[in-house]
Design a protein around this ligand. Sequence first.
Ligand code: F6P
Length: 343
Amino acid sequence: MRIGVLTAGGDAPGLNAAIKAIGEIALRDGHDVVGIANGWAGLAGDFDGTLLTADDLRGVIGHGGTLLGTARFNLDEPDGGRELVLKAIDEHLDALVAIGGDGTQRISNWLAERGAPVVGVPKTLDNDLPGTDFCIGFDTAINIVAESLDRLHTTAISHHRVIVVETMGRSTGWVASMGGLAGGADLILIPEFSVTMDEIISHINRRRAAGIKYSLVVVAEGVNLATLGGVELGEGSGEGVGGVRHATRGVGPFVAAQIEALGGFEVRTTVLGHLQRGGSPSARDRIFATRVGDAAYDAVVAGKFGMIPVVRDDNVVLVPISSIATGKRKVPREIYDLCTTLL
Ligand code: F6P
């Protein structure tokens, strides 16, 4: 078989572990593995795929990014992009493994519904694909957030400052809440639950009154600015696969300026940005990326197309892509409550 592999949307640590698992097992079994360059772009224009060798895959498990390249490529524009992808799969491949988040899997699902031999693999740093406990990249990201908070703690304490830390998380607060919990944040603002500016100031004041002169406030980039007394700064620029660029809204600096103006505290801001996506993957990301990569390969050889391996209770299970391709998995109340109980 000629098995194509692509990574689409934003990169994430752990992608190479998945590519390696799929590729090495397929090569071992005598298949051709075609690395598609730059996600859907490699199929929607001139076919951009190269045969991967064992050498290409050696030693990559600890490398961040994606050895295939990726792109945020909007397949709804220009017209007909999806049809071109269908045609390219038909002409060049016997199967395609598409590694990506909700935007990618919506396309995978559309292709599979038209009979294309596509299998998905879940990846999104935001961790908000429904129906799976694991998405490639999230675990590394929350470790980076936690480590950053450890570092920011010492300087915040020394200077008696408030430090506002903006994390990724376009529509959901998984990175902010889990990274924030692990890093001992004092207040965590996420899109799922609204907090007012008054509540934020009162909280910092309560800490001051208790003799705690510093605070670390974690805010997810996708938090609703209107409830914080701001105006929505616009949706940012379009991004193709993956939607809107929330980082351009400047949520962290906005919250910091409000805390300074309304509370009279000395405030600093750190926007973690792409530090959360770069560098070497955590052990969990490597292990589960390998496991879902292996399961995706098994699905391909079994002809189980239109399916995606997901993780539930640490087990890898195969489910229809259609079941995870729409909607977002939100941070539940109990986790958010835990973020606030520990304050
Ligand atoms: O989709 C994952 C994500 O990391 C979001 O949290 C973030 O908003 C976005 O990607 C950033 O994308 P880009 O790398 O295109 O700026």
